[in-house]
Design a binder for this molecule. Structure first.
Ligand code: SF4
Length: 357
């Protein structure tokens, strides 16, 4: 909650970010008597631009759920969970953790975090765990879903940072979605695609007929686990046809010759056999990317949680690097996360390689 405005009637309106998916839409929520009276999309918020999906309208409903935890619970002598005050809970927590650490060492306790808290809370959690409690193991569930993208970005760029803004959805003339169904998973990102005035090519690589495949101008229903072969095959076509940005590669990359040698293992016929897409279709896909002036590549869990996920994410990144589709509006190899502050978790504290900032 980052804004608050009161009214004469005692009502107050707050701005609140939806936590259901990673898009980060913002709503204005009016509270009266401690209850939600109304809610509407925040028209001035740069993420959702006055729109919200149906999930966002229900984002606070769980506050009134009958089984919601509203107080710390501890087991009594009979083993029943009973509510206790915060002072008691914190005292017990601290005493028991210290006891465990004293008996078994600091490595005997750990924390597991989430992508649902604010960046400031990540910083506090990391500092408290490391410097306050001497904890040596901490992790975020964001790493568990995004580890492959994190490693791919680090190996490609030296740093974990998806290089896009939501404006890029509106400025591409070719958008390639790999294992990503944002129509359902990130509806307001899809809304940003629909605002694109260029009538872009929407290319979907996905074994399944998903909601986004119905809107695609090109859907390639590849065989499961064949995305890596397809991406290498496309890269090979780029090199063979001279459809690479030599200046960009020379000025900004290393290892082009080695990568080109590796691609020799992926001739067209091998890619046809692996993917089930015919040669004409694969050439059409390669040509579409080649002819695009601003091509963006988007992936989510279909890549991240897949067979050879790091390699597949790297192969997507390499297509952007080969064609110079990076560092300009409407371009980029862009991984989309699952939780609203997954990047806060990844960047600030709660991945195993970035403890406490
Ligand atoms: S797109 Fe995601 S963040 Fe936006 S309202 Fe829907 S569920 Fe919430």
């Amino acid at each position: 909650m980052n804004q608050e405005a009161g009214t004469a009637s005692g009502e107050r309106t707050i701005s609140n970010t939806c936590g259901y998916c990673s898009t980060g839409c913002n709503l204005m929520v009016t509270l009266a008597g401690g209850k939600v009276k109304s809610r509407k999309p925040n028209p001035g918020y740069p993420v959702n631009l006055g729109k919200v999906c149906p999930k966002g309208f229900t984002m606070l409903d769980h506050l009134g759920a009958a089984d919601r935890a509203v107080a710390p619970l501890m087991k009594d002598e009979a083993g029943e969970l009973v509510p206790v005050g915060w002072d008691r809970a914190l005292e017990e927590f601290t005493r028991n953790f210290k006891k465990i650490q004293k008996s078994y060492g600091n490595q005997s306790v750990a924390f597991l975090s989430t992508g649902q808290i604010t960046t400031e809370e990540f910083a506090l959690l990391g500092a408290l765990a490391k410097f306050g409690m001497g904890i040596v193991h901490g992790d975020g569930n964001t790493r568990q879903c995004m580890a492959t993208a994190v490693v791919a970005y680090k190996q490609a760029f030296g740093f974990d940072a998806p290089p896009f803004t939501y404006r890029d959805f509106e400025e591409s003339d070719v958008l390639v979605f790999v294992g990503a169904n944002i129509v359902i998973a990130h509806p307001i990102m899809w809304n940003r695609v629909r605002r694109n005035p260029k009538k872009p090519e929407i290319v979907v690589l996905d074994p399944r007929k998903t909601e986004i495949s119905k809107f695609a101008t090109q859907h390639y229903p590849i065989r499961p686990k064949s995305d890596l072969a397809l991406l290498y095959g496309i890269a090979r076509i780029f090199v063979e046809q001279g459809w690479v940005d030599r200046n960009y590669i020379r000025d900004n990359t290393s290892g082009f010759e080695e990568f080109s040698s590796h691609l020799q293992k992926y001739p067209l016929q091998r890619v046809v056999s692996a993917t089930g897409i015919d040669a004409e279709g694969i050439m059409k896909l390669a040509r579409t990317i080649h002819e695009g002036e601003r091509v963006s590549f988007w992936w989510t869990m279909g890549v991240n949680q897949s067979h050879q996920g790091v390699r597949t994410a790297e192969a997507v990144i390499n297509l952007a690097l080969l064609t110079g589709n990076i560092g300009r509006a409407g371009t980029g190899p862009n991984s989309i996360t699952g939780q609203c502050n997954a990047m806060g978790s990844r960047l600030f504290s709660n991945t195993t390689s970035l403890f406490a900032g």
